[in-house]
Design a protein. Structure first.
Length: 262
C-alpha cells in the first residue's frame, strides 16, 4: 500500500490544510466523504451494479468510446475501485494509464477485486491537488467523482492544469436536473429504494442516503458547463444524457491558456 502514497499522500495532506472558513468546510466535507467511501469500499462494485440495474457498465463504455484515438497519457481521477479506467483501457487506446483516488480502501478494493495495480499505475491523491506536472495528460476521466468534491471549481482548475492544451475531460455524473415525467419515479427510487437496498445489502444506509442528497445539491448540467468555462475549458462541450437522463456524459476540451490553480 505504501506505493499508493508517494507524492499523492502529501498532496492530500496539503489539500486538507484549511486556509479560511470555506476551506475549512471543504476539508471537513472531504474527510467525511473519504470516511464514507472507506466504509463501503468492500461492497462498492456489487452495489453499483445492483443499484443501477447494470446500466453503469454501458455508461462507462459510452465514455470510453469518446476518448481520442491519439490520446497517449490518461488519468482517471476519483477512480474508486477502477471500473471506469479498466473499461476505458479495454478500448485499446492509450499508452500510460494512471488511476488516483484519495480513499485508500477504495484503491485496495480495486486491487483485490479488479487487479487494478496490475493494469494501471495507482496512487492516493486528492483531485483538488493532483501530484502531477502541468500538462501531463491527454485525457482525464472522472466517473461520479466531481459531485463529491469539497470545491468543484478547484478540482476542475486542477484537472485543467494537468491536461495538455486541447486535452479531453470526460465526465460521468448525476446532475441536479429536472427529468420531466421520469422525475417522480427517479426521486422515489433514489430516496426510498436506494437507502433500503443500501441497508439490506450495502451495510451502510447512510452512504446510500447520501447519493440522492448529493444529486439534489449538485449543479445542473448548464451550471456545470459554466464551471468548466471558468476553469479553462472551451465552450464546445458534449453533454449526452444516459438512460433517460439518469446520468450524463460530458466531454470538454482544455483551452490553450493556463489558469492559476489557486
Ligand atoms: C461514487 S465513487 C466513483 C468511483 C469510480 N469513479 C466509479 O465510476 O465507480 C466516488 C469516488 O470519488 C472519490 N473522491 C471523492 N472526493 C475525492 C477527492 N477530493 N479526491 C480524490 N478522490 C475523491 C471517492 O473516494 C470515491 O472513490
Amino acid at each position: 500500500m505504501a506505493s499508493f502514497r508517494r507524492r499523492g499522500y502529501h498532496a492530500q495532506t496539503m489539500a486538507l490544510s484549511p486556509r479560511n472558513t470555506t476551506g475549512q468546510q471543504a476539508a471537513v466535507h472531504d474527510r467525511q466523504i473519504r470516511e464514507m467511501f472507506s466504509g463501503i469500499a468492500g461492497v462498492y462494485d456489487r452495489m453499483n451494479g445492483l443499484l443501477s440495474f447494470g446500466f453503469d457498465a454501458g455508461w462507462r463504455r459510452a465514455l470510453a468510446a469518446q476518448i481520442d484515438d491519439q490520446a497517449q497519457d490518461l488519468l482517471d481521477a476519483c477512480c474508486g475501485t477502477g471500473e471506469l479506467i479498466l473499461t476505458a483501457k479495454r478500448s485499446g487506446k492509450g499508452q500510460r494509464w494512471v488511476a488516483s483516488d484519495f480513499c485508500e480502501p477504495m484503491l485496495r478494493a480495486g486491487v483485490a477485486s479488479n487487479g487494478l495495480d496490475r493494469e494501471v499505475q495507482i496512487l492516493a491523491a486528492d483531485t483538488q491537488c493532483l501530484p502531477f506536472e502541468d500538462e501531463s495528460f491527454d485525457a482525464v476521466m472522472v466517473g461520479f467523482g466531481l459531485r463529491n468534491l469539497g470545491d468543484l471549481d478547484k478540482g476542475l482548475r486542477e484537472i485543467s492544469r494537468v491536461l495538455r492544451p486541447g486535452g479531453q475531460l470526460l465526465v460521468l455524473e448525476f446532475f441536479h436536473v429536472e427529468r420531466g415525467w421520469m422525475e417522480a419515479p427517479i426521486r422515489f427510487y433514489l430516496s426510498q429504494i436506494v437507502p433500503l437496498l443500501g441497508r439490506l445489502f450495502g451495510q451502510s444506509p447512510d452512504a446510500y442516503r447520501y447519493l440522492p442528497q448529493s444529486m439534489g445539491r449538485f449543479v445542473s448540467p448548464r451550471a456545470f458547463v459554466e464551471a468548466l468555462e471558468r476553469s479553462g475549458f472551451g465552450s464546445q462541450v458534449l453533454l449526452r444524457p444516459q438512460t433517460a437522463g439518469i446520468s450524463h456524459l460530458v466531454v470538454a476540451r482544455r483551452q490553450s491558456k493556463v489558469l492559476s490553480s489557486n
